[in-house]
Structures are given as structure tokens and as C-alpha cells.
Design a binder for this molecule. Sequence first.
Ligand code: FE
Length: 192
Amino acid sequence: MRITYKRYGLIAAGLLALVVSGCGLLDVFTVPAPDSLTGEACFLTPRDMEGPYYIAGAPFKESLYPTGTPGERLVISGTVYTAGCAGVLAGAEVDVWQADANGEYDFSDQFLGRGKVLTDANGRYTFETVLPGLYEPRPRHIHFRIFHPDRGELITQLYFEGSVRGAPAEQTIPLTQDDDTLRGTFDIVVGP
Ligand code: FE
């Protein structure tokens, strides 16, 4: 039988579906959301590994490090959406932890590089920090734990364009430079 390019395409699509379902990734995706909220297709934010450095009980604070801490100042903002971006999640805890500019985590009672913020009535959150350094073999990243009493928790990670060794595209954001501060937007979509 002569295999046409169209058949190659169908075979490739079938193999891809097998691989994706075999990896358990199908439950990560959801249907596209109304464009009015995001202007683009809406996907559940993939879960990502917690890693070994989480410490429960970090305080609520808007800046993860004191002024003057070495590193490039970075402000991360975003909106926490419900599945399909059909609504926003107010009052969700956004618990973040990261390495400092030298790639080192703090384990002191000062919770440096660790903190929580709450989403406001519009599902918005923001916090200030420094650009995390690299520690081998990870790409540059910030850990996120999003918790809401009605929705449970989502543990994921944020990555940055230009430091993409193995970083998933759905969790990788660009940064812009605004005077001496880097800024990035990380919108998060939690499951039902
Ligand atoms: Fe880490």
C-alpha cells in the first residue's frame, strides 16, 4: 500500500495521542476558555514537583527579601483562574519559595525567599523578590503552592524565558525590564 503524506500525518497523530495518554498528561488540559478573559486558549496550569525545600508556615508578606538583598529585583503578578478561565479565585493562598541570587535556599526562621500572598477579589496576586539564581541541574525557577479551601492545592513551578533547560512552555514566562526592576506575569488556572 502506498502511504501518502496524509496517512503519515494520521499515524503520527495516533502515536502522539498514545504517548500523551501513556504519560498521563491528558488530564492536564482543558477546553479553550472564553477569549474575553485571557485573549488566548486557557489550560489548566500543570502540576510540577514540590522539591525538597518547602517549609510550611511561611508568613504573609509582599516582598520575599528585604530591600538591599543582592540580585535583580523582580515583581511577579498574575491572576488565579478557575478551570476553563470561567471565573477567578479570590482569597486563594499563593505560597512561594525560591533560591536567592546565588542559587541558595534559606532555612532560617526569617523565611527569606519564602512567603504567602492572598488573591484579591479579582483573583489577582503580586509579590516582589529577586531573580532566583541557578542551582544545578535545575532551570531558574520559583515554586508555587496555590491553596483555597474549596479547591484544594496546586503545586507548580514558574520558569523564565532564556533559562529553559527542560522547563515546560506552559509555565515559562517572559520578563520585561522597568527601570531597575524585572516584571513578569504568571496567570494560574486551577482545576475544579
Ligand atoms: Fe527549587
